[in-house]
Design a protein around this ligand. Sequence first.
Ligand SMILES: [Zn+2]
Length: 333
Amino acid sequence: MDRYARHVTLPWFGAEGAKKLQKSSVLVIGCGGTGCACSSFLVRAGLGTILLIDRDVVSLTDLHRQTLYEEADLDRLSMKVNSAMGALSRVNHETEIEAIPAEFGPENAGALVERVDLVVDCSDNFETRMLINDACLRYSTPWVHGACTGTSGIVIPFPRGGKACYRCVVGHIPGGATPPGAAPGILGPVAGVTGALEAAEAIKMLVAPREVRPRIIYFDSLSYTYETIEVRRKENCPACVGGRYDFLSGGLSRRAFMDPESGTAHIPLSGPLDLEAIRKRLTPTYTIEDLGRALLIVTREAEVILLADGAAIVRGVGDPEQAGCLLDTLLED
Ligand SMILES: [Zn+2]
C-alpha cells in the first residue's frame, strides 16, 4: 500500500498530487513551534526537498510546543536545524533535507528563495516577514505566512501573481524592531495548529493552486473564533505596486544579546568564517564537532557554536562581553 494513499484518495489531490509533491522543494524559514509542525507535515506528505533555515539553539522552554525536539537535544548545545533534520529524516527517508544554520537575511534571501518552488514563513519577527515578502515578489515565488501568540494564530497564503502582498496587509512594522529575547506567552497547541494550517496551504499551493484563496485565516483557541478575511491590495503599496524591495536591498543590522531562555549569548562577527581552518587550528586543544556550515567547540568552561555566515552562540558565560573575550581567544590566529 502506498504510504500516501490517504492523500491520493482526496479528489483534488490524486496520484498526480503525490508526484507533484515529490518533485517540489520548499524553504521553511524558522524552526520554532510553527516550523516544527509545518515541516513535519510537509515531509510526511512526501515533499521532494525541504530546506530548513534557523540560527537558534534548542532550549528547555521550547519543548512545550516545538515538537521535533526532545530532552536529549539539551545535553549539548544543539542547533535547531540539525536536531530538526535528524528528527525529520527518521520520519521519511525519501525527502531530501538540507539544514542551514544561519540567519535568513538580505545577503542570502535571494539565493535561497530562487532555489525553491515555495517558501513558508515560520519566523518570529516582522523584519524577516517583510524580507520574505520582498524576496518572494522579486523571484515570483509563492509563500505562506504564519504567526501566533497567546491563544491565537494567523495564516495567509500568498500565491504567485496574487492580488495583494504581505506589505499590503501589514503596511509598516508595528512598534519598530522586535526586541531580541522578548518572549510572550504561547499556548503550545496553537503553534502546532498554525504550523499545520501553513502546511495545508503549502500543499494546496503545490498540488492544486486553483484551490488556494488569498485570505487571512485567523483563529483564537480561547474565544472559539475561526474566521477568514479577504486580503486587499493597497494601491500605494511600495512593494507589490511600486516594485520597491526595501528589505531585500537593506543591510542586516545585528546586535549581540543574551537569550535568557537558553542561557546563550548571540554574538555577530565581522564576516564569514573559514570553519575548516578554525577546526584544524583548534582540534589539538578542544573537542570539536562538525555541524555542517557550523562548528561546535567544547572548552572547559563553555560550549561555542561558530556559524559559517559570521555569528557565534556561546553557552556557559555570564554575558555577551565574556563571550566576546572567549571568542577573541578562539578566533585569533
Ligand atoms: Zn503589496
